[in-house]
Design a protein around this ligand. Structure first.
Ligand code: F0G
Length: 393
């Protein structure tokens, strides 16, 4: 197994500690597909069911993957898109899809003999890395934008015992420090530029195929640092290359309006340009300079998909719809996938008779404040039946 540059094609051995090619290009793992087993029988789904598709021997696991794929019947009918599903990644051990990347990434850290790991994070990556480092018994440093990470995620990173380092600046600023630290201070970087992390995340594609028994026409998901969309696309491509299926989905990436460098470049037909001061209520994707943008761009282009952006208001409305119509409580970033679907259906850019899988990336309890601040509770009532009867009127 080797690492290969997506720009110049240069290859590196898997045990070489590096995150980018000499030319600066992003690296990806070349999977040994002749060893990848056809295990797609729809049963006993967990991430490690797909071990033969993954580039690690060790296993630091908290039982990740195997997340539910719900048919969204109520919303599908209401929106006139009846073949609507959600892959709920909030059901992972720390409540987000990051656990898929971390089970593989932290396992790889141990294989490489590293005893310190580091990441920059808008919250979920830090929570996940902290948990897996705890399980592995190694030290984790997590750099987070000061004051801009959701309460639940901060609590997680702290209790799992990571060294939480708030940074005066945004995610992009924190990532710059982390990249330098990993180069100079002997700490293993587990942001999504790390190609092994994306290998874990590609299992979302394998599970969707395993659960549905077919490849959906479209996969919609939020795009922040742009790793996950690349990872899921790689998973579907490998299923095809391995001869398991002939189909491929369209990859549809959704960004928040205030942090949409990729979606705006796509829509305006202009070259990619970072956003200096990203801002959105969906703090998980409050990112102006997505490190994996070249991979994400290719995923969207190759798959015949698209990139879209949605407003904070549309995001919060979609969050409420998922909860109140389907019983699915997701964090704001995750709701961008539904908000994007609604927007694209309304504009007629996509057709309603196709199948759509929304990746709901993180649990709603991660960010309780965003909900509590939007709703006001009434005054308390007297503890009597009479008082409650008044309420029911
Ligand atoms: N959804 C959630 C809930 C996230 O936490 C993230 C990224 C994304 C979507 C976007 O995924 O970066 O692969 O495009 N969160 C990172 C973090 C940046 O630090 O937790 P992406």
């Amino acid at each position: 197994m080797v690492l290969k540059c997506i720009e110049c094609g240069r290859e590196y051995p898997e045990d070489e500690l590096r995150y980018r090619c000499e030319c600066g290009g992003l690296l990806e793992v070349v999977t040994e597909l002749d060893k990848a087993e056809d295990v797609f029988d729809g049963k006993n789904i967990t991430l490690w069911k797909y071990e033969s598709w993954l580039p690690v021997e060790k296993r630091v696991s908290l039982n990740e993957g195997g997340t539910p794929l719900y048919r969204l019947k109520n919303l599908g009918e209401e929106l006139g898109a009846p073949k609507l599903y959600a892959k709920n990644e909030g059901n992972n051990p720390t409540g987000s899809f990051k656990d898929r990347g971390m089970t593989v990434g932290v396992s790889k850290a141990l294989e490489l003999g590293m005893d310190k790991v580091i990441c920059a994070s808008t919250g979920n990556t830090s929570a996940s890395l902290a948990a897996y480092a705890a399980k592995a018994g190694i030290k984790a440093y997590v750099l987070v934008p000061s004051g801009k990470i959701a309460l639940g995620k901060l609590a997680q990173a702290m209790i799992y015992g990571a060294q939480v380092v708030p940074v005066s600046g945004n995610f992009d600023d924190a990532l710059r420090v982390v990249v330098k630290a990993s180069g100079e201070l002997g700490v293993y970087m587990l942001n999504s530029i790390n190609p092994f992390r994306l290998e874990g995340q590609k299992t979302i594609a394998l599970e969707i195929y395993d659960q549905l028994g077919f490849v959906p026409d479209n996969v919609l998901l939020p795009v922040g640092n742009a790793g996950n969309i690349s990872a899921i696309w790689k998973g579907f491509k490998e299923l095809k290359e391995a001869g398991i299926t002939d189909e491929l989905p369209r990859m549809i990436g959704i960004q928040a309006e205030g942090a949409a460098p990729l979606a705006s470049a796509w829509k305006e037909g202009k070259p990619f340009k970072p956003v200096e001061k990203p801002e959105t209520v969906a703090t998980a994707i409050r990112i102006g300079n997505p490190a994996n943008w070249p991979k994400a761009w290719r995923a969207v282009k190759e798959s015949g998909g698209t990139l879209e952006m949605v407003s904070d208001e549309e995001i919060l409305r979609a969050q409420e719809l998922l909860a109140s119509k389907e019983g699915l409580f997701v964090e704001p970033a995750s709701a961008t996938s539904l908000a994007g679907l609604i927007k694209l259906l309304e504009s007629g850019e996509i057709g309603s008779d196709e199948s759509y899988v929304l990746i709901t990336t993180g649990h709603g309890l991660k960010d309780p404040n965003i909900v509590v601040e939007r709703f006001t509770l009434p005054e308390p009532i007297e503890p009597t039946l009479e008082a409650f009867k008044e309420v029911m009127k």
